[in-house]
Design a protein around this ligand. Structure first.
Ligand code: 13P
Ligand code: SF4
Length: 392
């Protein structure tokens, strides 16, 4: 077996892309909910139409209560673009705020209250690292035209890289269409960063036996199972397999969604014989296969909104969304798929309501804090990758 070595990178890969973060001043750390709510409302009254607050479905109750729009990552970016507001406060994670900055007009400013809200999965495929792996992957299949596709959950520089190589962006609801776009133009797909979404999409397209997996972290051997205890499949990725496969999956994953197991579905069905199960496509392949439905956070919301009163749905996604749906739809029996073991997303959790109070009160005083600004050259190319997605 030919073993490929991943080039050593001289540059440290950082946990937070925007490490010029401003921390919360100490006077904001201990605010009580009652006082905080009053102050947020007073600031919003003062700012009026100058500000719009976007809240991702995974944000906590104290944030979504103040949001003008609550939705999935893609919906929120389009809301940002449609809004006239000068300031877009994005209660989500870094890659979402970057996408909003790319899509919004130049005179709109995007603010991410806490810069520590960085999706770990997006951090598993930094553009620098992908650029280095790209040289090895393309060398393994020199006659092939490989089209890179990146999931929305990635940084703007990776979106820009994909555009520069003829690729595009996708969301969890249109990944199969992005694959079709790529196969109309090339011979192979490199899918980043979420191997589970990639594998679930390959199955949907009947291409499950055409997959190789690329482990960017292993510079020794590509099939060390010990390093891949989190993966549902044995990792492969030598040059021969890359050359022979049609779909190369980057070895990234979301720890919130990897947690769900088939046993959780079996247990829910044993306890509630009428229960149906819906999971996010970032879940492992076998979990998606065992569930009744799989879909983006928007699709999960729609399923519960359109359920009949008395229906039982178990949800396999981040716990805050399950809790919101329980609160918003008391007529439906909404259950967390793995009970108390369901996780919150520690990146989303960084958007503390105290941070929201701070950035709003600073705006009232004419000061912009924690602005997300994508570099112009990245913005143009990443915008192209997003435009290609809109065409599919
Ligand atoms: P959506 O695009 O479905 O909102 O999902 C984003 C996300 O981070 C899922 O983990
Ligand atoms: Fe990233 Fe997972 Fe959190 Fe979504 S739930 S933002 S993929 S870490």
């Amino acid at each position: 077996m030919v073993t490929m070595e991943t080039t050593e990178l001289d540059t440290e890969l950082s946990l937070f892309k925007y490490d010029t973060l401003e921390q919360l001043p100490s006077r904001y750390r201990e605010l009580e909910e009652g006082e905080r709510t009053e102050r947020i409302e007073a600031a919003l009254e003062e700012l009026g139409d100058d500000v719009v607050i976007l809240g991702h479905n995974y944000q906590r109750r104290e944030i979504v209560e103040h949001a003008d729009f609550v939705g999935d990552s893609y919906q929120l970016s389009t809301e940002a673009a449609a809004a006239d507001a000068e300031y877009v406060i994005f209660a989500g994670v870094t890659f979402m705020a970057e996408s909003a900055d790319i899509i919004t007009d130049d005179d709109q400013t995007v603010i991410l209250p806490s810069m520590e809200a960085s999706c770990p999965m997006a951090g598993m495929a930094e553009a620098l690292q992908v650029d280095s792996a790209w040289a090895e992957i393309t060398a393994a299949a020199p006659d092939a035209n490989i089209v890179p596709i990146t999931y929305m959950n990635s940084y703007a520089d990776l979106k820009a890289f994909c555009a520069s190589q003829g690729g595009l962006v996708c969301t969890s609801s249109n990944a199969h269409k992005a694959f079709e776009y790529a196969f109309e133009r090339g011979d192979k797909v490199l899918f980043l960063p979420d191997k589970h979404l990639g594998e679930n999409t390959a199955h949907r397209m009947g291409m499950e036996d055409r997959i190789a997996e690329w482990d960017p972290w292993d510079s020794g051997g590509k099939d060390s199972e010990a390093q891949h205890a989190s993966s549902s499949r044995t990792v492969s990725g030598d040059a021969d397999e890359v050359a022979e496969s049609d779909i190369i999956l980057w070895d990234g994953y979301c720890q919130v969604h990897e947690r769900f197991r088939v046993e959780h579905i079996e247990q829910i069905r044993a306890e509630h014989d009428d229960a149906k199960v819906i999971v996010h496509p970032e879940c492992r392949r076998e979990v998606v296969e065992a569930a009744d439905e799989a879909g983006s956070t928007a699709a999960i919301c729609e399923t519960i909104e359109t359920a009949d009163p008395g229906d039982t749905w178990a949800i396999g996604t981040e716990i805050h969304l399950t809790e919101h749906l329980q609160r918003w739809h008391p007529e439906v029996n909404v259950l967390p798929l793995c009970g108390d073991a369901c996780m919150d997303c520690n990146a989303m959790r960084q958007i503390d309501p105290n941070y929201l109070t701070w950035v709003l009160e600073e705006l009232v005083c004419g000061r912009e804090r924690n602005v997300i600004e994508v570099a112009p050259e990245e913005k143009e190319l990443a915008g192209l990758a997003l435009e290609r997605m809109l065409e599919i």
